[in-house]
Design a protein around this ligand. Structure first.
Ligand code: HEC
Length: 96
């Protein structure tokens, strides 16, 4: 009985670990001007897969709004002079 419980705990822990690490650490954004800024600024709070996930739905206006929201609402520390570079990069590489 105790043995069975232990076994299922191990199985559950293994499942959790593989879900938690799925794609989180090894996301590489596409090569292009501005990539380094985007990678360092945007990864401060969440995984870069937020960018990939939104790529099919956001055009330039959408990315502008999204980056603006990160700065104004989420409190991202992104300098105003960087916003244009970031939006250009996202539109070119991950625009709809
Ligand atoms: C200060 C923290 C912070 C930084 C820095 C940040 N974000 Fe976010 N972002 C958030 C939070 C919080 C959410 C909402 C997360 C959730 O709902 O799970 C979010 C959600 C998103 C989403 C999902 C759509 C949405 O609007 O909720 C996208 C896309 C996104 N961020 C893109 C970016 C990009 C691009 C950058 C870099 C320019 C960035 N984020 C930097 C905090 C941040």
């Amino acid at each position: 009985m105790a043995r069975k419980l232990l076994l299922s705990l191990i199985v559950a822990a293994g499942t959790f670990a593989s879900v938690a690490s799925a794609g989180e650490d090894n996301i590489q954004l596409k090569e292009g001007p501005g990539r380094e800024i985007v990678e360092t600024r945007c990864v401060a709070c969440h995984s870069l897969d937020y960018i990939e996930m939104n790529s099919p739905i956001l055009d330039r206006k959408g990315w502008e709004a999204s980056v603006g929201k990160m700065v104004r609402i989420m409190g991202a520390r992104i300098d105003e002079s960087e916003v244009q570079t970031i939006v250009d990069y996202l539109t070119t590489q991950y625009g709809k």
